[in-house]
Write a protein that binds this ligand. Sequence first.
Ligand code: GUN
Length: 302
Amino acid sequence: MSAVIIDGRAVADRIQTEIAADVDRFVGQYGYPPGLGVVLAGDNPASAQYVRMKRRACEKVGMTSVAHLMTNASTQEEVEGIVAALNADPAIHGILVQLPLPKHIDEERVLRLVSLDKDVDGFHPINIGMLGMKGREPLFTPATPTGCMVLLAEAGVKIEGADAVVIGRSNIVGLPVAMMLMKANATVTVCHSRTRNIADIVRRADIVIAAIGQPEYVKGEWLKPGAAVIDVGTNKIDDPGDEKGYRFVGDVEFSTAVEVAGAITKVPGGVGPMTITMLLKNTMKAAQRMAKLEKPSMVKPS
Ligand code: GUN
């Protein structure tokens, strides 16, 4: 049996069309577009590529984006100075600090400085804390984990009462997606580099979220038949057969997993497009919130 493919590209395109219409209405109502401020420090080529894609997506839906591209030599004070300026800028409704930051930068101090109203990445410790707490709701949730949850909903996967296994415990994906699944009443197990017998744990799961950054790590034979599999990995591997000499694969061995899973995402074309889309959605929400709040500090941009 072959799994249903969860088409992240198609879902993302549909949601981005809705966001573009929201932006149109917003501009009609308030006379200025939602704006995203992006901070990129360092020379990580993958981060630079993600930032380009995020800015292109902003343009496509009619949002503005302002990028602050800083070198590896940028100091803590310089990065914090940029975040403070974006916090104070009324034309900016969302702030994205691309991670990872260079090693000498204190990431927590930078993320803590982002205005809660503009924390469209959902990484401010207060938003992450609210996500983890029962009966509390964060203002914004991180983009990639939110994209995973939307894809599960799109595929009609029942989360309540399900056994979910998250592989990976990063601050950006593993940890927040585990908290989101728990909030949605799944029974959640988080596997990581020290977990013993990962295959046996994965075999019990109705839902598998693979976010470890290891090419084709999860094998089809590890899966419970019919499981929903969300593959967050984007790993570049050599492929002499490809004209570029490389290709991207996920954290799941797709060829074997598709034969066992009930539903599965592809790489590329699965979670990736959803990450950008959820960032746009959060930025739209931030702009609408701010416009409605009419905070005295938020003077309308000219
Ligand atoms: N680096 C990898 N993924 C992300 C993300 O979703 N947000 C930010 N800010 N940095 C990232």
